[in-house]
Write a protein that binds this ligand. Structure first.
Ligand code: ADP
Ligand code: ADP
Length: 225
């Protein structure tokens, strides 16, 4: 586990600013939520932390390590996207194991990790299936499983529930919360959904046009109905 610190992060694309002067620090083990209108820079912040974008300016620390020049594959960060990109030709077990195999983890440890992950996400009975034999909610659980199997220090989630129907979204949100309580991985989560932000977030960061507008506990961001 590790804290994540952004100091004056900017990202421009051809002189157009996507994010401007973003600074915040997520303490070790907390769950922070990024919200704000479409195009305000939420994905760019996550992608920069993951190393999928490089900051134009600013410093990014994971734990005590300055990671500006550390490529994505060497950052101890796992990211889950809205459109859970599972490998269609692999089984659920192989999908979950994939990141570990890439890192040359011992086969015995991989088998154990796959079991533990499958158990925490109720995927045990689905391990031999291919993604197209799964529902959307099951596929998204596999995508989460693949990310946590690596036991990353930091977990980044970009609207992971927004392709699910309402009931599944509720169920998966509750599972995510339990998973975080169990594993305590430092998490940064992008959503448009107020219920997700309120129920999952230790803190909420409100972005607007690439800048931080507000940071606070859920109760201070959203007025009580
Ligand atoms: P959000 O996730 O909040 O919808 P994004 O981080 O995707 O916002 O985008 C922030 C801004 O940066 C938008 O104006 C978007 O068009 C722009 N942007 C993001 N990625 C790129 C890119 N690869 N090239 C050019 N502009 C980009
Ligand atoms: P999101 O739904 O997360 O906001 P988008 O649909 O805005 O994502 O963007 C999807 C991908 O396209 C991202 O990789 C983003 O960096 C890139 N992108 C976003 N806006 C632009 C843009 N104006 N020009 C080029 N690429 C962009």
């Amino acid at each position: 586990m590790a804290n994540v610190r952004l100091e004056g992060i900017k990202r421009r694309f051809n002189n157009v600013s996507a994010i401007e002067d973003i600074s915040f620090e997520v303490p070790d083990g907390q769950f922070w939520v990024l919200v704000g209108p479409s195009g305000c820079g939420k994905s760019t912040v996550l992608r920069t932390i993951a190393g999928l974008e490089s900051a134009t300016e600013g410093n990014l620390y994971i734990g005590d390590v300055l990671v500006n020049n550390i490529p994505a594959r060497h950052r101890d960060v796992a990211m889950v996207f809205q459109n859970y990109a599972l490998y269609p030709h692999m089984t659920v077990a192989e999908n979950i194991a994939f990141g570990l195999q890439m890192r040359k983890v011992e086969a015995k440890i991989i088998r154990e990790r796959v079991q533990v992950v499958a158990q925490s996400l109720a995927l045990e009975h689905l391990l031999d299936r291919k993604p197209k034999q799964l529902s959307g909610g099951q596929q998204q659980r596999v995508a989460l499983g693949r990310a946590i199997a690596r036991q990353p220090q930091v977990f980044l989630l970009d609207e992971p529930l927004s392709n699910l129907d309402a009931q599944l979204r509720d169920d998966t949100r509750v599972e995510l919360k339990q998973l975080h309580q169990k594993l305590g991985i430092t998490t940064i989560y992008v959503t448009h959904d107020q219920t997700e932000a309120m129920t999952l977030g230790d803190r909420i960061v409100v972005l607007e046009r690439g800048r931080i507008q507000q940071i606070g506990a859920p109760g201070s961001i959203y007025a009580k109905p």
